[in-house]
Design a protein around this ligand. Structure first.
Ligand code: ADP
Ligand code: MG
Length: 423
């Protein structure tokens, strides 16, 4: 009975910690830094281990029983290899301080569990909820058997009832703590998605209502400005002014086009595309910019197939990415564009040697109005990229290192061989 009480109080504390973590996480906004979050996660797991050890129930001969395995297992499975080793060492250190023969058993169990976690963890996070629950329950059952029966056999305290109580409570605790953590995690992820979706909705509505209203008058303005520029009676100075005005109006019309992509999320004109032509065309368009910033462009084409989509929009994707890369290299650098085929997809890898991005900025890439360029940026470029690539059933992967550079890979499904290319 004493063991049951002790373990149940232990479970209560673990659950309180899980809920507390969730409360703090949801309380803070979504821009919590991933690096800080990792330390926080380890701190919570360590606190749970300390509390479990303090609330442990002694069965004599220097052996104590508690639920320390629950935070260790979950911390390891969700936190990765480094966290597993860190928590294991921490657990052993605290257990060592408490003394007794149980330390050696702990050492043995932690070693076995660490190996188990290393084997399971690569697959674990991809499994469904019920598979996860079955895995952790089976894991903790095996742990309970070894943890209780081994010292029992060695020291002869075969209190079978206590073993049953320990086994059942450990398995049930692991099951419910995992279940609760998973539900809270899902809620959190859904909440973030909902927030992002809401923002997207607002942009869509704005796009639909404003862009159409602004585009028509703007087209008229550009037309008249061109007339002014071409008029023979206009003096040279005014012609230059008209040219500047046309340039700026075109820029404004470009931004409106970005917005229009949101008003019309479906691709309008789909056909098979030759991606090397598109890439080379973009390079030509950006030549003035690359010359000005001393950026060298290198291309390596290693693909044989074509992809499907709207060429104008695909063009826009490439231009937006190339432009960002060039803008990230104000003192010059190399922009490498590489294509290759892999797993039935064509990959376009765009690498720059620019100033790079922090992980929290990568996470926000594609969010409407996210820009680090102050007045100069619109924060729409990458949003358009994500939107168009998604509609072409493609995937965007971004890796970046501060002061080393950024690599953006687009992976599109392959469509037919090169012979059938239309454009
Ligand atoms: P904008 O270019 O108008 O700022 P984008 O959506 O195109 O908006 O890009 C958002 C932000 O992402 C940029 O302000 C920049 O800070 C960052 N970014 C995008 N691409 C790169 C890159 N290749 N290297 C470094 N930072 C980048
Ligand atoms: Mg941009």
């Amino acid at each position: 009975m004493e063991m049951m009480n002790g373990l149940l109080i232990n479970l209560l504390f673990i659950l309180i910690f899980v809920l507390l973590t969730n409360m703090l996480l949801l309380h803070k906004n979504k821009f919590i830094q991933s690096s800080v979050w990792n330390y926080y996660f380890v701190f919570i797991a360590c606190s749970q281990i300390v509390i479990s050890l303090l609330l442990s129930v002694s069965v004599g001969h220097g052996f104590i029983y508690d639920l320390r395995f629950v935070p260790f297992l979950l911390g390891g499975l969700y936190g990765g290899k480094r966290v597993t080793i860190g928590l294991g060492l921490f657990l052993l250190a605290v257990r060592f301080v408490l003394g007794g023969d149980g330390f050696w058993l702990s050492l043995f169990l932690i070693l076995i569990s660490t190996i188990g976690i290393f084997v399971i963890s690569p697959l674990y996070l991809k499994k469904s909820l019920w598979t996860k629950l079955s895995i952790v329950s089976a894991f903790s059952f095996v742990y309970a058997v070894i943890a209780y029966l081994m010292p029992g056999l060695l020291y002869g305290f075969n209190d079978f009832i206590a073993f049953i109580i320990y086994g059942i409570i450990l398995v049930i605790s692991t099951f419910f703590v995992t279940y609760l953590s998973e539900i809270l995690r899902t809620t959190f992820v859904l909440q973030l998605e909902a927030m992002k979706f809401e923002k997207m909705e607002i942009v869509s509505h704005l796009a639909a209502s404003i862009s159409h209203e602004v585009r028509n008058p703007l087209t008229a303005v550009i037309g008249f400005l061109q007339l002014i520029g071409e008029n023979e009676q206009t003096n040279e100075k005014s012609k230059t002014y008209a040219m500047y005005a046309i340039e700026e109006a075109n820029r404004a019309s470009g931004i409106i086009n970005d917005y229009l992509t949101f008003a019309k999320p479906h691709l309008t004109e789909e056909c098979l595309m030759n991606i090397d032509n598109a890439i080379l065309k973009c390079n030509d368009i950006l030549r003035p910019l690359t010359l000005k910033q001393n950026v060298e462009i290198e291309t390596f084409f290693q693909h044989a197939s074509a992809i499907k989509g709207d060429p104008h929009k695909f063009h826009q994707v490439l231009l937006n990415i190339f432009k960002n890369s060039i803008e990230a290299m104000p003192d010059g650098g190399i922009l490498t564009i590489q294509t290759y085929e892999n797993h039935n997809r064509i990959h376009i890898k765009i690498t720059d040697t620019g100033h790079g991005m922090k992980p929290e900025h990568i996470a926000r890439l594609g969010e409407p109005y996210f820009s680090l360029k102050g007045q100069k940026g619109t924060g729409l470029g990458m949003m358009v990229v994500y939107r168009i690539v998604e509609s072409m059933k493609g995937i965007v992967t971004v890796t970046s290192e501060i002061d080393i550079g950024t690599s953006i890979t687009l992976a599109f499904p392959i469509h037919d061989a090169k012979d059938s290319i239309l454009r």
